[in-house]
Design a protein around this ligand. Sequence first.
Ligand code: SAH
Length: 291
Amino acid sequence: MLRRSRAILRRGQRLTRWQIEVQGEGMTLPHAEKVYLVGAGPGDPELLTVKAQKLLARADVVLHDDLVPAAILALAGPQAEIVNVGKRCGAKGTTQDRINTRMIESARRGRVVVRLKSGDPGIFGRLAEELDALENANVPFEVVPGITAGIAAAAALGASLTDRRTSARVVVVTNHYAQGSQQAERRDWQSLAREDATLVIYMPGQDFTTLRLELLAAGLSPKIPALIVSRATTREQRHQFVTLGKLDELPLLEAPAILLIGRSLDGALRRSSGDRNSVDFDEAAVILSSL
Ligand code: SAH
């Protein structure tokens, strides 16, 4: 690292350690008293960014969600205190307020804090609420993006989310409703679903019968390909293609699972026939949750 840095020095120029870090590794040393909100990607540790990996290696505290796999947490240094603040498996009763308090207190104690979220922190990750809390507490922060599940699922199945011949837009949406929301507040598919859009549906739930009816009612053709991918990019990855008209026949796969719908999947669907990792409808596992 040092040698590489020297190569770009002009004669007589001296480098501080901080500069060596910047020029040799492309990144400054992580700051104590700062919170890094980092995307862990979809599951495969090799899909982590280099920046995320470096921050993990240097973090004093790692506050992570349930979906972050052990193989990624293992990249944290021996000094790191690793805390699952996920709503499911973590400390029972972890609330958003407690997570915010923990981030703020750890930063104020002078520690390098990594708040590790699955996929990209800015996609259905409550990032905005956490940034508001940090801002209100005057704690500096930095967001490090990650590969979101929808992008990873498409890549894993050899699909392009856009296709200039068929699909001009990508709609990132969830089929999950905040607690307490009324039936009347259901997703307005009419305004989202278009023949030239790829729908990327996070937390798709289990009610594919209703979803099928809603999307057909919104005017989509029953022939549009749909793809469900469970545990994308992990060894347990499973998937199934159908057409929208048969969405209710989709197997219930293990969470986390994501649903892609659009003409952009035409090629991937065609290539997938005879695919070994595709799920046999009769053997379909049962969804454990809509996490
Ligand atoms: N911030 C995350 C999304 C969190 S919401 C991201 O950018 O990916 C959680 C939802 O993401 C899950 O219910 C599921 O729909 C989707 N998801 C996350 N990881 C996934 C994976 N490996 N495979 C399929 N879907 C995944």
